[in-house]
Design a protein around this ligand. Structure first.
Ligand code: PMP
Ligand code: GLU
Length: 398
């Protein structure tokens, strides 16, 4: 019988996108669902960026671009890395892709041999472990609990390293927890990594600008490991451009070249029009970024405040992103729905969707059973309503 490959069969669908899809389906049926599932801002792309896209269409940027992206876009990215991060990257170390998601996947497919180990701190973004599977690597998950603000320690990292370790994926500010590593915490990790020169570090910085605790810190700042750090970033979150699909990686030349070769065979390049728009994002007025961040900070405070009224929910105080990741273990394994014990966070999330009409994502998909992820990138009014509905649904449980 004809069937999908074993590689595909072993892959789980993206839970974040699945919950968002489910929420859209319910909305289409006329149910008033509040969607706190997908990680996407509710702002529109700033006007000067849209204008650049219109101009690109008028100027006939309708042809294939170079595989790693237009040179002027890569120059704009190099300019951003210099200006904002103090890093020098020649343009041939930069590869533009269809979103940061493709950039992560490009790197993993370029460096992982079957059986190579990739260290992933949990809670993690849903796609990392699936991409490692796709690359036939082995996920080595390190757990960081809410008590440690969801951040791994240097000794946890050291313990997870084996002769087969090929890469570490570190995401800060972090999806799904909102935690942000300090320079000091990163330095402790860098001190471990310096003793293991074969490990490549993927530093996922897509939430760089949604940071409430000051300067963005990255493992790339430590010169002793910089030749093995790959920065992953893009325009989706900072510039409210999720649908434009532009991300990039800045990497050692051998990795950039490998990703270029790979991308040349399977997507050619990112969209030409979106690339031109991204130049305006990286080089234009940055006040839109601050405006959106200020508004996310306001909403973070609001949702934390509102959640205090829900019994037995435990949250950290996230320093970045637009997620909270509360511990709901008082409900899981303890409360019941129609006589059946709620056995995992996915079941709790489904109950809240069906009963309260609020879409969230169960922590299992992020390697943290017992938690729920709530995205607060919605209006203040929706946040108030969503938390009230969640409270009603949760307090009705026996
Ligand atoms: N990394 C993380 C941690 C994310 O949350 C996302 C969100 N989709 C991505 C990468 C991918 O972003 P993009 O939309 O640029 O593909
Ligand atoms: N990164 C977002 C999220 O975590 C978008 C969805 C996805 O790409 O998985 O919800």
């Amino acid at each position: 019988m004809t069937q999908v490959s074993e590689r595909l069969a072993s892959l789980s669908p993206s839970e974040t996108l699945a919950m968002s899809q489910k929420s859209s389906e319910l909305k289409a049926k006329g149910i008033d669902v509040i969607n706190l599932s997908v990680g996407e801002t509710d702002f529109f792309t700033p006007d000067h960026i849209k204008e650049a896209a219109r101009k690109a269409i008028e100027d006939n940027f309708s042809f294939y671009s170079p595989v790693p992206g237009y040179i002027d876009l890569r120059q704009a990215i190099a300019g951003k890395l210099k200006r904002e991060n103090g890093l020098d990257y020649p343009v041939d170390h930069i590869v533009v892709s269809a979103g940061a998601k493709q950039a992560v996947c490009n790197v993993l497919l370029s460096i992982i041999n079957p059986g190579d180990e990739v260290i992933i701190p949990a809670p993690y973004w849903v796609s990392y472990v699936e991409m490692v599977k796709l690359a036939q690597g082995k996920n080595v998950v390190i757990h960081a609990s809410i008590e440690q603000d969801f951040k791994i320690t240097a000794s946890q990292l050291e313990e997870a390293i084996t002769p087969r370790t090929k890469a570490l994926i570190l995401c800060s500010p972090n999806n799904p927890t909102g935690s942000v590593y300090s320079a000091c915490e990163l330095k402790a990790l860098a001190d471990v990594l310096v003793r293991h020169p074969e490990i490549v570090v993927l530093s996922d910085e897509i939430y760089e600008h949604i940071n409430y605790c000051g300067r963005h810190e990255s493992l790339s700042q430590f010169s002793e490991i910089r030749d093995r750090v790959v920065i992953i970033n893009g325009v989706s979150k900072a510039y409210a451009m999720t649908g434009w699909r532009i991300g990039f990686l800045a990497a050692p030349l051998w990795i950039a070249k490998a990703c270029n070769k790979l991308q040349g065979q399977y997507t050619s390049s990112a969209s030409s029009i979106a690339q031109k728009a991204a130049i305006a994002a990286f080089s234009g007025d940055q006040s839109c970024v601050k405006k959106m961040r200020d508004s996310f900070l306001y909403r973070r405070n609001l949702i934390l405040d509102l959640c205090r009224s829900i019994p037995d929910i435990r949250t950290s105080t996230p320093q970045g992103t637009f997620y909270i990741f509360p511990d709901m273990s008082a409900y899981i394994g303890h409360k019941t729905i129609e006589g059946q014990t709620i056995h995992d966070a996915a079941a709790l999330s489904m109950y809240i969707l069906e009963t309260g009409h609020v879409a969230t994502v169960g922590g299992d998909a992020f390697g943290a059973p017992g938690h729920l992820r709530l995205s607060y990138a919605v209006s203040d009014e929706q946040l108030r309503q969503a938390v009230q509905r969640m409270k009603n649904a949760l307090t009705a449980l026996k």
